[in-house]
Design a binder for this molecule. Structure first.
Ligand SMILES: Nc1ncnc2c1ncn2[C@@H]1O[C@H](COP(=O)(O)OP(=O)(O)O)[C@@H](O)[C@H]1O
Ligand SMILES: [Mg+2]
Length: 353
C-alpha cells in the first residue's frame, strides 16, 4: 500500500458476454470490453441497463450465460469470488455495525491470517489514504454517510486487490460531499494505480472521474471512449441524450459542404447518421444587424445565469436550441431579443439514430 509502484493491477478482457435470466430477459446482450491495467474505467447508463449485472459477473458473484471474462490474462470461468483478486464497494456500506472502524478494516486481513503488526501497519496506511485516521477507534454506527463510505473504501483496498469494483458508491451522499469524494476517489486511484471499474448513472460524475467510459444501452455497449470523446462525439442519439445534449436536429439532406436540417445548412458535418448535434457552447449569439452569411436568425426565449456562463434558450423557427455563453465580455441579450446565431463547426457531430 505504501509502495505505490508495487501496487498490483490487472487488465480485464470481456468477450461476447451474455447474461440471460430465467424469464428470458438479456440483461447483458453481447458485451465486448478491454479495460487496461491501472485504468479508471466507468460503466455509465440508466437504471436497468445491466451495470450491476456486469460488475457481479466480474466479481464472481454471478455466472454469464455465454461469453468470457479474463482478469490479468486469466480466464475466470469456474473461479469463485474469493479466489479472484477483486474487491467490491457497494452503494450501501455493508459494514459490521458492532465493530469499530479499525476492526472493520482489519476483517479481511485477519481472514488472510496476517500477523498483527502487518495488519496495523496496513490499516494506518490505508486510513491515511482515505482520510479516516482520526476515526479509527470510533464505532461505525456513530459515523456519517460519507465517513462510512470512506471506511467501506478503505476496507476494500486494504487487501490490495488487482481490481476494485465500485457500484454507485457515491449515489447515497448529498451533493457537496459527493463532489468532494469524486475528486478524492479519483486521486486515490491515481496513487494506488489499481484498476477501478466504477458504475454510475450520472454522466457528470462519469466525466469527472474516468479515464474512459463505456455507455450501456439495454445490455449493449453503445460507445466506449474518453470523456471528451463521449461528450463531443457521441456515436448515437441515445448517447447524446444521455450525456445531456438537447440540441439535436433531424438531418434532412446532405451536400458537399455538410448537412441540411429544418433550421438550415451546417457546413463541416459529414458523418453518417440521422441527427445533427450542436453543442451549446459552440453557438454564439450576435446582434441581428451584424448578420454574417452563415448566421441563423433566432429569438431569445429564455435566459439562465449559471455562474461563469449564461444559458440562452433560442427559437429558430419551430425549433428551440440551447446556447451557452461563457465569455464575460459577450453581449447580454434579454428574452425577446432578435439575434443571429453562428455555430463553430468544431461543435457539430452527426449521430446515428
Ligand atoms: N436476478 C435477476 N432475475 C431477473 N432479472 C434480473 C435479475 N437481476 C437483474 N435483472 C434485470 O436485468 C436488468 C439489468 O439489471 P441491473 O444489472 O441491476 O441494472 P443496473 O445496475 O444498470 O440498474 C434489469 O432489467 C433487471 O430487472
Ligand atoms: Mg445497479
Amino acid at each position: 500500500m505504501s509502495k505505490q509502484t508495487a501496487t498490483p493491477s490487472s487488465s480485464i478482457e470481456i468477450n461476447a458476454l451474455v447474461r440471460r435470466f430465467a424469464d428470458g430477459h438479456r440483461a447483458l446482450d453481447g458485451v465486448d470490453l478491454d479495460i487496461a491495467a491501472g485504468e479508471f474505467f466507468t460503466l455509465l447508463g440508466p437504471s436497468g441497463c445491466g451495470k450491476t449485472t456486469l460488475l457481479r459477473i466480474l466479481a464472481g458473484l454471478d455466472t454469464p450465460s455465454a461469453g468470457e471474462v479474463r482478469i490479468g490474462g486469466r480466464a475466470m470461468a469456474g473461479v469463485p469470488a474469493h479466489r479472484r483478486s477483486v474487491n467490491t464497494v457497494f452503494q450501501s456500506y455493508a459494514l459490521f455495525p458492532h465493530r469499530n472502524v479499525r476492526r472493520n478494516i482489519a476483517f479481511g486481513l485477519e481472514m488472510q491470517r496476517l500477523d498483527a503488526v502487518t495488519i496495523e501497519k496496513r490499516i494506518d496506511s490505508v486510513a491515511g489514504l482515505t482520510g479516516i485516521t482520526t476515526l479509527l477507534d470510533r464505532p461505525v454506527d456513530q459515523l456519517s454517510g460519507g465517513q462510512r463510505q470512506r471506511v467501506a473504501l478503505a476496507r476494500a483496498v486494504v487487501n490490495e486487490p488487482d481490481v476494485l469494483l465500485l457500484d454507485e458508491p457515491l449515489s447515497a451522499l448529498d451533493a457537496g460531499l459527493r463532489g468532494r469524494l469524486q475528486l478524492e476517489l479519483r486521486e486515490l486511484q491515481h496513487r494506488l494505480g489499481m484498476t477501478f471499474v466504477f458504475v454510475t448513472h450520472d454522466q457528470q460524475e462519469a466525466m469527472i472521474m474516468s479515464d474512459r467510459i463505456a455507455v450501456l444501452d439495454r445490455g449493449r455497449i453503445a460507445q466506449v471512449g474518453t470523456p471528451p470523446a463521449i461528450y463531443e462525439q457521441p456515436a448515437t442519439r441515445f448517447v447524446a441524450e444521455f450525456m445531456g445534449h438537447e440540441n439535436l436536429l433531424a438531418v434532412t439532406g446532405r451536400d458537399e459542404h455538410g448537412v441540411i436540417t429544418p433550421i438550415g445548412h451546417f457546413a463541416g458535418a459529414f458523418a453518417e447518421g440521422g441527427h445533427l448535434l450542436i453543442r451549446p457552447e459552440a453557438i454564439s449569439l450576435g446582434r441581428r444587424q451584424a448578420a454574417g452569411p452563415s448566421a441563423i436568425p433566432a429569438q431569445v426565449v429564455g435566459r439562465v445565469y449559471r455562474g461563469g456562463s449564461t444559458e440562452y434558450r433560442i427559437a429558430c423557427g419551430d425549433h428551440t436550441l440551447i446556447a451557452r455563453a461563457s465569455d464575460p465580455a459577450a453581449e447580454g441579450f434579454e428574452p425577446g431579443a432578435e439575434v443571429n446565431a453562428t455555430v463553430a463547426p468544431a461543435g457539430l457531430a452527426v449521430v446515428a439514430g
